[in-house]
Design a protein around this ligand. Structure first.
Ligand code: BGC
Length: 717
């Protein structure tokens, strides 16, 4: 046990049981008025008096420095010395908004992610925020789930790398952070947010827990427990995860915070009958801070007095919270808002430039029959519900402002140096069937050289509590594209989505598809520079694009069945019965994991290993030549995958083990090197150890998870 800081233990010694319970309570203060009347957030904190609320240890959702300053002053006037800690969801930017995390992950660029997180932290910290609830590293295999937008997609290794990059960035920018939602929140049944998860221990250890565990290495201040039932019990009733795994095995010694109201929801789940039982359950799961429900505040003092919980354990939790505050400098630094400094840095040119670069590296070019990049002289018809829309910056950016956002129309105007017109054609409403704008859109496009159609789902149709049963493009937009297609002109789709949408119906209607996700403040300017070739697309998908909603969940690192379908085609086409798959749908996705085009082309050759056999203490070096075979400079994301052919438990058909962003001038070739050691091959063996097993392995390398060069090697004892 590390020695405790006396400054902090002295504080604890002077606290009453009530003070301690309140230190572990997070209150959702949305604003506090000058007359000292506290205006509560949206959840009822029944039983908590104004005096109790005034004394909580941390607050949520104070979204500006002036309010934070006022709250601090009011607490001082009331004789409360302990520094309040302000927390907020800074997920993809504070005022300068970056692309949604799912999009950012498509850059495979951890340096970029780190820099954007740093900027977000700098802006947030200057406006009074002490900690953010990010990164979210839940594994996302089901595109119907609304929160895939906050994740790094379906690969656990990439998820861990991205999570660590966010943590480094937040820390460099002066913000504490929180890894969430522990655990397996992404496995919600049917992709319905908050729904039940049922995940085997193997699946949990091998896939769902990997990224959380990896993140511990960067020393995040907090972990957040998730809302979901896992294998029949709410997460806060799994001490084998929150205590044995997180604290004892992984060594996380920071603060465990609940999700919003999740302690009280132990009752709604049908697990704990009373608020007191809720408090006790969470306490035994080593939960430190209860977010936005009052079970701790109203029950912990009595639970100690009655001898049901031990005051020492309570003190441990309080100590962890105080230690976090101390680590953030709250006991030493005057945190009042320096408005001059804040206003100078907020949304400055440098930050906008970073946001533009981030979106340029996040947009995935899914299809291009040669129409892109556009000629600047071309007469374009800019159509679609998102052509001049500001709400394209992404769902979880509550402190972002639509007015700051560059629309696609504005971006194109800046790029061309002239004004362009646009026509919506239809609404973005998911269930709209209003075709009354179609004629105007068709008339508008009639004399153009090329149609650029900005379509997709609105940013508020993904994100928390926004799951979808049908993830195709909304019907009215598909109908609009069909009408536009009758003009016989090239059609470029710019698609907005917080998830990979099922684009099967509209793909044949398009000559090119640029998948823009939701791209932050500079979304429109980045899209314009990609459309006109001032920037070259390089991003690769981090979630498989399903052909239809019925394919979900779908992910590249699945297992081989005993009855694989050779053709992968629907049974009605292949006649391939008694094999895995559907009668009426393909098995493979529309676009596989790791897929994305450029304005140039890349060729892979000469995949070589320096040896074919490796001992357990040895290593193999693999090399491949990547050649830019086109006439433009470009960046290729080279991906390395491995398959363990036979093992004590069946291994996935492919697993991402490494990647590299390689910049290549037109015509240039580079040799890319990748090192394989025993650690590269380790997994949770049948015996439970995380280890590599001797045997044969396939190595794949390529520009996506499907089209790869392949070779093999062995691990020998
Ligand atoms: C979300 C968390 C978030 C918290 C605080 C919850 O509803 O699930 O991700 O951090 O609210 O805003």
């Amino acid at each position: 046990m590390k020695e405790k800081d006396k400054k902090l233990t002295d504080i604890i010694d002077g606290m009453s049981l009530e003070d301690k319970a309140l230190m572990l309570t997070q209150y959702p203060i949305d604003s506090i008025c000058g007359n000292k009347e506290i205006v509560t957030g949206c959840w009822d904190m029944d039983g908590m008096t104004n005096d109790m609320i005034m004394r909580v240890g941390t607050v949520l959702n104070v979204a500006n420095g002036e309010t934070a300053d006022r709250i601090r002053a009011i607490r001082k006037e009331n004789g409360i010395d302990d520094p309040l800690m302000f927390m907020l969801d800074v997920i993809h930017g504070y005022r300068t908004i970056f692309p949604i995390p799912l999009a950012m992950a498509c850059s495979f660029d951890t340096e970029l992610v780190e820099e954007c997180a740093r900027i977000a932290a700098v802006e947030a910290a200057a406006d009074g925020v002490d900690a953010t609830f990010s990164p979210m590293v839940d594994l996302a295999r089901d595109a119907r789930w609304g929160r895939v937008m906050e994740t790094a997609g379906e690969d656990p290794y990439l998820g861990g790398e991205m999570g660590k990059a966010y943590i480094r960035g937040y820390h460099n920018g002066g913000l504490a952070c929180c890894v969430k939602h522990f655990a397996a929140y992404g496995a919600a049944e049917g992709g319905r947010d908050y729904d039940t998860t049922d995940v085997s221990e193997r699946n949990l250890n091998e896939y769902y827990l990997r990224a959380y565990c990896e993140c511990v290495k960067e020393k995040p201040e907090m972990f957040m427990s998730s809302f979901n039932l896992l294998n029949g019990k709410p997460l806060l009733a799994h001490p084998e995860l929150t205590v044995d795994k997180l604290r004892d095995e992984w060594g996380f010694d920071g603060v465990l915070i609940s999700d919003y109201n999740a302690v009280r929801e132990l009752n709604v789940h049908g697990y704990a009958a009373t608020p007191r039982d809720c408090a006790l359950t969470a306490f035994n799961a080593e939960l430190d801070i209860e977010m936005c429900s009052p079970c701790y505040a109203n029950n912990l003092p009595d639970l100690v007095r009655e001898g049901v919980v031990d005051e020492k354990s309570l003190d441990e939790k309080v100590y962890r919270v105080l230690k976090m505050k101390d680590r953030c400098g709250l006991y030493d630094i005057d945190k009042s808002t320096d408005t001059q400094k804040r206003d100078k840095i907020t949304l400055c040119e440098e930050f906008r430039a970073a946001a533009k670069k981030a979106e340029e590296r996040s947009c995935v070019l899914l299809k291009n029959d040669g129409v892109l990049p556009l000629k600047k002289s071309a007469n374009i018809a800019l159509v679609g519900p998102f052509a001049d829309e500001k709400y394209i910056f992404g769902h979880w950016a509550s402190t972002g402002r639509a007015d700051d956002v560059v629309t696609v129309k504005q971006g194109i105007e800046r790029t061309l140096g002239r004004t362009v017109e646009s026509e919506k054609g239809c609404s973005y409403d998911l269930l709209s069937d209003d075709e009354s704008g179609f004629d105007a859109a068709v008339r508008f496009a009639q004399n153009s050289d090329v149609i650029v159609a900005c379509v997709g789902e609105h940013m508020y149709n993904s994100g928390e509590s926004h799951s979808r049963a049908d993830i195709a493009l909304p019907k009215v937009q598909t109908a609009l594209l069909r009408r536009l297609k009758t003009l016989g002109k090239p059609v470029v789709l710019v698609v907005f989505g917080g998830r990979p949408l099922a684009l099967t119906d509209v793909l044949p209607l398009a000559d090119a598809v640029l998948y823009a996700w939701q791209g932050g403040t500079e979304c429109g300017s980045a899209i314009a520079s990609l459309l006109y070739g001032d920037a070259v697309p390089s991003a690769k998908t981090v979630m498989s694009f399903p052909r239809s909603s019925g394919q979900c969940p779908i992910y590249y690192n699945h297992f081989q069945t005993g009855r694989p379908r050779a053709s992968g085609k629907p049974a009605v086409l292949s006649g391939d019965i008694c094999t895995v798959g559907y009668d009426d749908e393909y098995n493979d996705p529309l676009f596989p994991f790791g897929y994305g085009l450029s304005y140039t082309t890349f060729d892979y050759s000469d995949l070589k290993l320096d040896k074919a056999k490796m001992r357990r203490d040895g290593k193999i070096a693999a090399t491949v030549t990547v050649n830019n075979t086109g006439d433009r400079d470009g960046t290729e994301i080279v991906q390395w995958y491995i398959r363990d052919k036979f093992a004590s438990v069946v291994r996935p058909v492919k697993e991402l083990k490494g990647y590299e962003r390689v910049e290549l001038k037109a015509g240039e070739s580079k040799t890319v090197r990748f090192e394989i050691t025993k650690d590269t091959l380790a997994f949770f063996t049948d015996g439970g150890a995380f280890d590599a097993e001797s045997g044969d392995f396939d190595l794949f390398v390529g520009g996506n998870s499907r089209d790869c060069l392949q070779t093999g090697f062995s691990l020998v004892d």
